[in-house]
Design a protein around this ligand. Structure first.
Ligand code: SF4
Ligand code: SF4
Length: 196
């Protein structure tokens, strides 16, 4: 029994088997057309490179770069090592080791559990922002900071030293740029669905 093929979209095209002309077969017009485009770009050069890191290209306000693990107002680490960011990460770039907060450490960690080890492999990371979206504690954010290049792979495994923001309030990492009304609305809706 034959089945009639029904296209799901209107993107498909009928392929033509029209015979090529002599000019088409020797590719000369196509080569000349390509060369003219190359020549046009050669004669009207645009500045394609900048002297990074002295110069930087302007980046979008919602650029997603180097993550930060935030502290709360009192300087305590917000992360409770719940692991939701690691589960949400499509690149499996996040690993952590949870620990129990001990007596006397209340000024360091906001809740009873914290991440003794928290690592992101920046070579695996695709900067999708899913970890930020998944975090129920507003602990991890992507920022507009660039992850600098290196010759080795090892420095790209960022630990708490690279991720947790400084204790001093004047040196805290500003994450407000990416918190646009749309992003905040999304987070509010997500929080609502978690609480249901
Ligand atoms: S930005 Fe995306 S890929 Fe990178 S660590 Fe977060 S969830 Fe994983
Ligand atoms: S960053 Fe957020 S989601 Fe990830 S372990 Fe810490 S509290 Fe949980």
């Amino acid at each position: 029994m034959s089945t009639t093929f029904q296209p799901l979209t209107k993107r498909s095209q009928v392929v033509s088997d029209k015979k090529m002309t002599l000019l088409e077969r020797i590719y000369l017009p196509a080569i000349l057309k390509g060369m003219s485009i190359t020549l046009k770009h050669f004669l009207t050069p645009r500045k394609a490179t900048v002297k990074y890191p002295e110069q930087e290209r302007p980046r979008s306000a919602v650029y997603r770069g180097h993550h930060v693990l935030k502290r709360d107002e009192q300087g305590r680490e917000r992360c409770t090592a719940c692991g939701l960011c690691a589960v949400a990460c499509p690149a499996e770039a996040i690993t952590m080791v949870a620990a129990e907060r001990r007596k006397g450490e209340e000024n360091l960690y906001r809740e009873e559990k914290y991440a003794a080890v928290y690592e992101i492999n920046m070579l695996r990371c695709i900067y999708c922002g899913d970890c930020e979206d998944a975090c129920p504690k507003e602990a991890i954010f992507l920022t507009d900071r660039i992850v600098e290049a290196d010759y080795l792979r090892k420095p790209f495994v960022f630990g708490k030293n690279e991720l947790v923001e400084p204790m001093e309030k004047s040196k805290r990492i500003d994450v407000s740029k990416r918190q646009t009304p749309e992003v905040l609305k999304f987070k509010e809706q997500r929080q609502y669905s978690h609480n249901r």
